[in-house]
Design a protein around this ligand. Structure first.
Ligand SMILES: CC(C)(COP(=O)(O)OP(=O)(O)OC[C@H]1O[C@@H](n2cnc3c(N)ncnc32)[C@H](O)[C@@H]1OP(=O)(O)O)[C@@H](O)C(=O)NCCC(=O)NCCS
Length: 258
């Protein structure tokens, strides 16, 4: 995805998660909402800086990645490693104290509520966080764990094991309090319920057999901004979304979809 298109898509994603999560029935954002989110949200400035960092590395602009990384840390108190993948519209609702390291993968519209760590536990790998996850303030996610789509992680939780889609988890170590299927369905369910195309694509896909696919292809390349959310697992199937395992085609943010 080109830089400009990526920035526009990110603005729609941040607008969608600004006041609630997609599964709480947040309305599909209009162009005006995306513009406002881009102009007023500190988190959007951080995300945009990350997109410029990605572009600077792609284009081999000497020093630019380093300068932008320092900009994020000095002005917004956030550290994001070079290898980290950020999905569309990741929302840093509060930027202070966030550290995301290694090759952690953060899905589309994941919402950080501040002072979070996403990193390794003991040099054993980094988390994969699926789309539409909400990470409560102070929560830490450590090690090679997968956080299922739409999970909600409670304030100050320390997550060191996988969480299923739609899980609400809290504590140290974090335990699942309950599963909320509508949260597991995320933004696709909202769009389908409204009879619309999904306004935004996903980042970390779920394969039709229910297994999680981190989007890394056989050749080791990861399609940037790839937008595919396929699912035939019980959580999504239960409410009729993607029960046949069909893949939702990538769709652009579209004011007409609102
Ligand atoms: C985890 C959370 C989502 C749970 O919400 P919920 O599903 O409505 O759960 P409840 O409030 O019914 O609590 C269920 C149980 O978990 C406990 N609990 C709730 N949040 C907890 C937390 N962060 N850590 C440990 N235990 C927690 C409750 O005390 C309750 O325990 P009990 O059954 O022994 O009485 C919510 O409490 C939370 O932490 N949200 C994050 C908020 C945040 O980060 N805000 C930042 C704003 S800037």
């Amino acid at each position: 995805m080109g830089l400009i298109k990526q920035l526009v898509t990110d603005a729609y994603g941040v607008a969608l998660t600004r006041y609630s999560t997609p599964s709480e029935g947040a309305p599909v954002p209009k162009a005006k909402d995306a513009l406002v989110a881009a102009m007023v949200q500190d988190g959007y400035a951080v995300l945009a800086a990350s997109r410029f960092r990605e572009a600077a590395r792609r284009w081999h602009v000497p020093g630019a990645n380093r300068v932008l990384r320092l900009f994020q840390t000095v002005f917004y108190g956030i550290e994001i490693g070079n290898q980290v993948e950020l999905g569309e519209g990741v929302n840093f609702a509060h930027t202070l104290g966030i550290v995301i390291g290694g090759d952690a993968k953060i899905g589309a519209r994941v919402k950080f509520l501040g002072n979070n760590t996403v990193g390794t536990a003991k040099d054993n790998g980094y988390p994969i966080i699926e789309d539409d996850v909400v990470i409560g303030c102070g929560a830490r996610i450590l090690g090679p764990v997968r956080i299922g789509r739409g999970a909600i992680i409670g304030a100050n939780a320390v997550v060191v094991t996988d969480l299923p889609p739609g899980a609400v988890a809290a504590g140290i170590p974090a335990k699942v309090l309950k599963i909320v299927p509508s949260k597991a369905a995320g933004v696709d369910a909202l769009a389908q319920a409204n009879g619309e195309h999904a306004p935004l694509g996903g980042h970390v896909a779920r394969a039709s057999n229910g297994a999680i696919d981190d989007g890394t292809h056989a050749n080791g390349s990861t399609p940037k901004g790839s937008s595919h959310a396929a699912s035939a697992n019980g959580a999504n199937g239960a409410n009729g979304v993607h029960a046949n395992g069909a893949v939702t085609p990538s769709s652009k943010p579209d004011a007409g979809a609102s």
